[in-house]
Ligand binder design. Structure first.
Ligand code: FES
Length: 126
């Protein structure tokens, strides 16, 4: 991980989880991404009130980059062609579980920091 991705605790990262498709789609379709843009990797996609998503793409509100929610590929913006950092997750018994040996679940909510992010429980800490 780049040093500038760090936020507060040197080993703590935030993640976002996205359910793909509509309400009637397969509940298995959940993806996990680290909560950081690929243009400036210290910038969070979810700034505290949920990652903005429109038409299947996650929006970085800083400079307008769009990331395909299913693949993580930046399809528009200053980091076009880059990919979000994926987390392996699995759905079981109605829950979503981290299934990635590179990360450990720490808790729910935003990483504590001195920036002006709003509080949120829409992401998890790894
Ligand atoms: S920081 Fe995300 S598009 Fe520039």
């Amino acid at each position: 991980m780049p040093d500038d991705m760090q936020d507060g605790d040197d080993d703590v990262r935030e993640a976002i989880l996205l359910k793909l498709g509509g309400e009637d789609d397969d509940a298995e379709a959940v993806v996990g991404w680290l909560n950081y843009c690929q243009h400036m990797t210290h910038i969070k996609l979810d700034k505290g009130s949920g990652a903005p998503v429109r038409d299947g793409e996650v929006i970085c509100v800083n400079h307008g980059a769009l990331f395909a929610a299913d693949s993580g590929e930046c399809t528009y913006g200053p980091c076009e062609g880059a990919f979000l950092n994926e987390l392996d997750v699995r759905v079981a018994d109605g829950g979503v579980y981290l299934d990635d040996e590179d990360f450990e679940y720490v808790g729910e909510g935003p990483v504590e920091s001195d920036d002006d992010d709003l509080s949120s429980s829409s992401n998890v800490i790894l």
